[in-house]
Design a protein around this ligand. Structure first.
Ligand code: ADP
Ligand code: MG
Length: 223
């Protein structure tokens, strides 16, 4: 059993729980500037991944991400499905052959995943999408990991940055996705994808701070 894969599974479980806790926020945002399906999309994706636990446990991190990416492609609808899927597939490529990724490896894999979303969505910072959280946080993670920042400080900074960048989408005009059709009416609303990513990053940071994988103690995810 690979401890890094167990940590990935811990992160998936934490992200799923965090998405449920933030249901009201995420739901209302896509109702305000989208078509209202974003929460359902991400909840379904998270549930399906958590249910894959037994399939993921025997895999190395790259193979686990590959399986996750392929699964998301067929389960999450909307614009966010292919985008999030491409992130996991690119992380899989970046971690190929790496059985025990270190903090820098995770950081570069995440940066590669975010680049894949940029390429797939043909979007960049300032367009009021999930990338407004993902791009700066991935860059910050890489910089902090390369500087050898201790884990607690690194996680605190990424959590704070994710929140600040999520909030900053409120004052942006949307130039990609459904919200782009709203023009100035999108002003004053946080982007739902940015909110989901902030929630996910916060949950992953909390898992990174746990001393060792917790999943071994979880016997079942069934109801
Ligand atoms: P849909 O817009 O098809 O209903 P979702 O509601 O699941 O899909 O996802 C909407 C989110 O997807 C937006 O809030 C935004 O963050 C993100 N998004 C939309 N288009 C793009 C894009 N081209 N690049 C990056 N992210 C995007
Ligand atoms: Mg939507």
């Amino acid at each position: 059993m690979n401890t890094s894969t167990l940590r990935i599974i811990d992160a998936l479980e934490a992200v799923q729980a965090a998405i449920i806790v933030n249901e009201a926020d995420i739901e209302s945002l896509d109702r305000a500037i989208g078509d209202g399906d974003h929460f359902i999309n991400v909840r379904r994706g998270a549930e399906v991944l958590v249910a894959m636990r037994d399939e993921l446990v025997p895999l190395l991190p790259a193979a686990a991400f590959q399986k996750i990416g392929m699964k998301l492609l067929s389960t999450i609808g909307g614009a966010s499905g292919p985008l999030i899927s491409s992130c996991f597939l690119a992380m899989s490529k970046a971690l190929a052959g790496n059985e025990t990724p270190g903090l820098r490896d995770w950081a570069s894999a995440f940066a590669a995943g975010v680049d894949a979303i940029k390429a797939r969505g043909k979007a960049d910072v300032g367009e009021k999408t999930m990338l407004d959280v993902l791009i700066p946080v991935s860059r910050q993670w890489l910089a902090l990991a390369q500087a050898g920042t201790p884990l607690p400080a690194l996680c605190q900074r990424l959590t704070d940055d994710a929140r600040a960048h999520m909030l900053a989408t409120r004052d942006m005009l949307a130039t990609k996705g459904r919200a782009a059709f709203l023009g100035e009416r999108a002003l004053g609303h946080i982007d739902p994808g940015a909110k989901t990513c902030q929630v996910a990053i916060t949950a992953v940071c909390a898992v990174l701070l746990q001393p060792r994988p917790q999943s071994t103690s979880i016997t079942s995810t069934a109801p």
